[in-house]
Design a protein. Sequence first.
Length: 496
Amino acid sequence: MVDHLEVRPGAYADSVSLMQVSRRVSDVSGVIAALVAMGTELNLDVLAGMGFDPPDAGTGDLVVAIRADDPDAVDAALDELTAALAASSGGAATASFGDAPPPRTVRDAAVFGGDLALISTPGDSAYVEALDALRAGLHVMVFSDNVPVEQEVALKQEADERGLLVMGPDAGTAIVGGVGLGFANVVAPGPVGLVAASGTGAQHLTCLLDDAGVGVSHVLGVGGRDLKATVGGRSTRQALHALDADPATDLIVLLSKPPDEAVAAEVRELAAELTTPVVFGLLGPTEGDLTAVADTVISELGRAAPPWASWGERPASGAEDREPGGDRLVGLFSGGTLCSEALIIAQATLGEVRSNVTGDPDLKLTDEVTAPGHVLIDLGEDEHTRGRPHPMIDQQLRLERLAAEAAAPTTRVLLLDVVLGHGAHPDPAGELAPAIAAALAAAEQQGRPLDVVVSLCGTAGDPQDRDTQARVLAEAGAYVAASNADAARTAVAVIA
């Protein structure tokens, strides 16, 4: 085994690009582990956890750590690193003698035009950059997560005073003027505008609408905390006013994970005053699921909703004479809103279902299995993405948990989501399908029943080819549903 560790002073790259770069280097044959990241305190801690001695590096330095089988694998990984870094920078050439130096701050870059800044830095640096953008007169999308809530409130107060919009922090998805930002699916333009305090919720709804032939004007992601009491819906109000003034938007949809009731009531009052009608998709035990929201939107536009697609054989519903075996439902999600929706559906039938999206402090991923009883885990929550790529990009953590949970004799159903689109893993089914097939084969050999249900969020135009992804997963033995609600109810019905 060979370790390679180097520091490249001043070689800055944004965190989203480095997630992809790390993934490409990790996939090189013979590479055991790899980390390509800025030298933040958090990333140096991750490096130490990998068994490397943390180098003397600052937050503006690029750290490259590779552990491989032999020197040839290290050389191949470094070649891939060079290619990946060049691709992430768009292949831009360095400035020639006499050229103006490239801007080093958001404010300097703003003089070249544009009205929206995308901030994708480590969370502890995002506030300063976003504030710089606002003071330069730019709307802001803060892709970064792990930003303290008090900094979010301060940014949104600043934006209010300037008549600007802050999307985020932790705004994973947006479509502005037909341009996808962050994680975004390929959808047609159309009359529906979304205000979304939920990234994968926005993706799921736009994918369902696309299947029904309904396009979108804009998707304004405001961050998952915007409708909480601490933030008070500041960006939601700005986004609603912006879409109400947009001539291309005939219908607005407001999506959110379970919001603060008082904030939701205030937003409903505002929506009633707008000229453009608003459909609400606020997840909760008494509210409709996202598929029902899609049905409502399609109906409001005077159309009929199609039957939602599915692939593979639907598992049989539970019965008293079913085969002996486990009775646990285990969900391993990359999308927080999809996990929240599945949790609400599962709790309505199964009663107690534990989840980290409700703040359960005992759900750690260090044990052999996550917890006894039914459990749904959002692997995209901040505690699981510190120092590692989001699970929509890097599935390693989920693959490890899938193997452990599937091997537990108490597990009866595994419920997964797969989210496609720009920014997501280029072939998630290519990794998940062998793991699913192996889990099902092992359970069959042990003489115990096990079903795998997958919620597939994507469109026909996505670069991963949704139908091919679905077919590969179904051939591995999973039941695949385009509707997350259908997937969740199918998984629950096996146990109920």
